[in-house]
Design a binder for this molecule. Structure first.
Ligand SMILES: NC(=O)c1ccc[n+]([C@@H]2O[C@H](COP(=O)([O-])OP(=O)(O)OC[C@H]3O[C@@H](n4cnc5c(N)ncnc54)[C@H](O)[C@@H]3O)[C@@H](O)[C@H]2O)c1
Length: 345
């Protein structure tokens, strides 16, 4: 039985962490909830009938509780570093929400603290856990599409005000969030493309804008990518897209695949005729591969709990979260300078 403490009792705790911890109660138990606004934690405890859970305002008291094995860090992005470092020092395994944090130095501190303490640090890059994306990744690894020449991705929704019901203004405060839609959801699609492609990004070029909302951070962005194998990719993220979507288009030597979360055909594989004398403009066949049940949020939480039970290192490590953050920060740099930016090793 893995014993859990959660810091931050806002939307992600309500929609993702608690429902999926409660439905996994044969493997884990929530011992403590913390929020600086105490009644948010109390509300969660009631809503999920957590019984004798401890409610705290001070997160340091939560991370120092001896009986807690893992800490979920579900607070605004700028707080992730200090909470993760302190949790690691107290020998807690950590599931930190995306983005890992808002600077590379802060990410390095988190990774070092976890390494020094011998605890696992996983970044909740939930797109990797969506069953559609998991099926797509297995297909890519099978090699059926041959070499991948191009990956395009897009993520969009209507903006944080619709997610949080107007309760979380930190999303628009660069000091607390690190940036706008680029940081908030660009980090999802950049991470997904990195995972699908399984090659390092060596250069990128970005255009980042605020085109609709009256906010001091970006609400739309477009990024071009070059990978270490010379192929290219691109992604867009948007806080002005209705309804929500996550799309990828993946082009390989032998065909193409599309993923489209929220659509009736979320995964489509189209293979071209590539035999001797055949016209590759013609499709050989189209498939709609089977997708397992579950959700990205549920799979991520359950996977993390299982990793801790089995003492197995989670695959979305702090280093992975840092690499994705690096692209996001480089995109802002590219936009500022108006040119391609090299991503050094
Ligand atoms: N993986 C995903 O799909 C996904 C989706 C949405 C948000 N997120 C991430 O989850 C994190 C939280 O986002 P959210 O939408 O739940 O925000 P939120 O504003 O709804 O919740 C954050 C909570 O943290 C609390 N808090 C702030 N400072 C605190 C402190 N010092 N100590 C204790 N509690 C404190 C706030 O009172 C609030 O209740 C962010 O990093 C965000 O990027 C991830």
């Amino acid at each position: 039985m893995i014993k859990v403490g959660i810091i931050g009792c806002g939307k992600i705790t309500e929609r993702a962490s608690l429902p999926n911890l409660v439905n996994y109660k044969h493997r884990c138990k929530v011992l403590c909830l913390c929020d600086i606004i105490k009644n948010r934690a109390e509300r969660m405890a009631d809503r999920f009938t957590l019984g004798d859970v401890e409610i705290l305002r001070d997160w340091k008291r939560l991370v120092s509780r001896k009986d807690i094995d893992v800490v979920f860090i579900n607070t605004p992005n700028y707080l992730h570093e200090r909470m993760a470092v302190e949790a690691a020092r107290n020998r807690k395994h950590i599931l930190v929400e995306k983005p890992i944090t808002i600077s590379l130095k802060a990410a390095d501190n988190m990774i070092k603290a976890a390494r020094d303490a011998g605890v696992f640090l996983m970044v909740e890059q939930t797109q990797r856990f969506d069953p559609v994306h998991q099926a797509a990744e297995r297909i890519l690894r099978s090699g059926i599409l041959g070499r991948i020449h191009n990956i395009r991705g897009r993520i969009g929704h209507a903006g944080p005000e619709y997610w949080s019901g107007g309760e979380s203004d930190w999303y628009y405060d660069k000091r607390k969030s690190g940036g706008g839609c680029m940081v908030d959801i660009g980090v999802h699609i950049a991470d997904l493309i990195r995972w699908f492609k399984a090659k390092r990004v060596t250069e990128l070029f970005a255009r980042i804008q605020t085109i609709e909302k009256k906010i001091p951070v970006d609400d739309n962005a477009t990024v071009l990518l070059k990978f270490a194998d010379g192929t290219k990719g691109e992604f867009e993220c948007s806080w002005t897209t209705r309804p929500y979507e996550v799309l990828t288009y993946i082009y390989g030597e032998k065909g193409r695949m599309t993923t489209s979360i929220g659509s009736q055909r979320p995964l489509m594989l189209t293979l071209a005729k590539t035999g001797r004398g055949e016209d590759p403009n013609c499709a050989l066949r189209q498939e709609y591969p089977r997708i397992s049940d579950g959700s990205g949020w549920g799979n991520a939480v359950h996977y993390f709990i299982d990793c801790i039970s089995k003492k197995q290192k989670p695959f979305v490590t702090g280093e992975e979260g840092r690499e994705t953050l690096r692209l996001i920060l480089a995109a802002y740099e590219s936009d500022r300078r108006g040119r391609w930016v090299r991503i050094r090793r």
